[in-house]
Design a protein around this ligand. Structure first.
Ligand SMILES: NC(=O)C[C@H](N)C(=O)O
Length: 161
């Protein structure tokens, strides 16, 4: 069983530049995206935040970490906006939790027909098969460990450092 923890971002179709608008979402749920992806893996889902990742702060990261540590599951899929995905991955990596934690998201709004959200979810879920405990980013068919990942803004992809 995979424990999915969702926090907002483009993957959930959230589009806003104004932090005051956080929590106002006309987006799409991770559950619906998983259905679109054809996912057959068993999962449970907790939506704990609804934020563009520019507005994810240290308090939010502690909330995310607490949700992970109190989970009874060892496979954690964290959906997160891409802008600060590396920062959250680094924070979680520094905690050295004995779980496999994969972060994923999307570059194209989850509400758009050409979104990469279902593919990234599918890829991230399949990646648990090959990974030991640790923190990883799984996006655009690439898995990177938390300490060797950066977002290439011009190419819209994550790459090794
Ligand atoms: N592609 C993204 O997820 C960007 C988004 N605005 C974020 O929450 O970081």
């Amino acid at each position: 069983m995979i424990h999915i923890i969702s926090t907002g971002g483009t993957i959930e179709g959230l589009e806003y530049d104004d932090p005051n608008k956080k929590g106002v979402s006309n987006g799409i749920s991770i559950q619906d995206l998983l259905q679109i992806s054809g996912n057959e893996e068993k999962y449970c889902l907790d939506k704990i935040l609804d934020k563009d990742s520019r507005f994810i702060n240290q308090e939010d990261r502690i909330t995310i970490a607490n949700t992970i540590t109190s989970s009874t599951h060892s496979k954690i899929l964290l959906t997160h906006g891409t802008i600060t995905m590396v920062e959250t991955a680094k924070y979680l990596g520094s905690l050295e939790l004995d779980k496999t934690i994969i972060l994923t998201g999307a570059f194209i709004l989850g509400t758009q027909p050409n979104t990469d959200a279902p593919d990234n979810l599918k890829f991230a879920i399949a990646s648990f098969e090959n990974l030991n405990s640790g923190v990883y980013i799984a996006m655009n068919n690439t898995v990177l460990p938390w300490y060797n990942a950066k977002k290439n803004v011009s190419k819209n992809r994550f790459e090794p450092l």
